[in-house]
Design a protein around this ligand. Sequence first.
Ligand SMILES: [Zn+2]
Length: 76
Amino acid sequence: MFPPRRPDPFLPQLDGYEVMRVPGVRAIKPYACPGCHQHIEPGVGHVVAWPEDLVDDRRHWHVHCWRIAARRGRTT
Ligand SMILES: [Zn+2]
């Protein structure tokens, strides 16, 4: 479902989390961003992040919301 893991140097990293970019062309349905509780519309590039080894807990984030969470050091 996801391409092989490859750290993205342009994405803020958060300890204990895996994070990947989702290009707009692959964003085919709306998601609720846990950072701002707004929707991410289809076609909008964003990021998906999940706790290591808990890929079923992955959540979709706006890039700027993920950056804020990563800077804060937590997702909640
Ligand atoms: Zn957001």
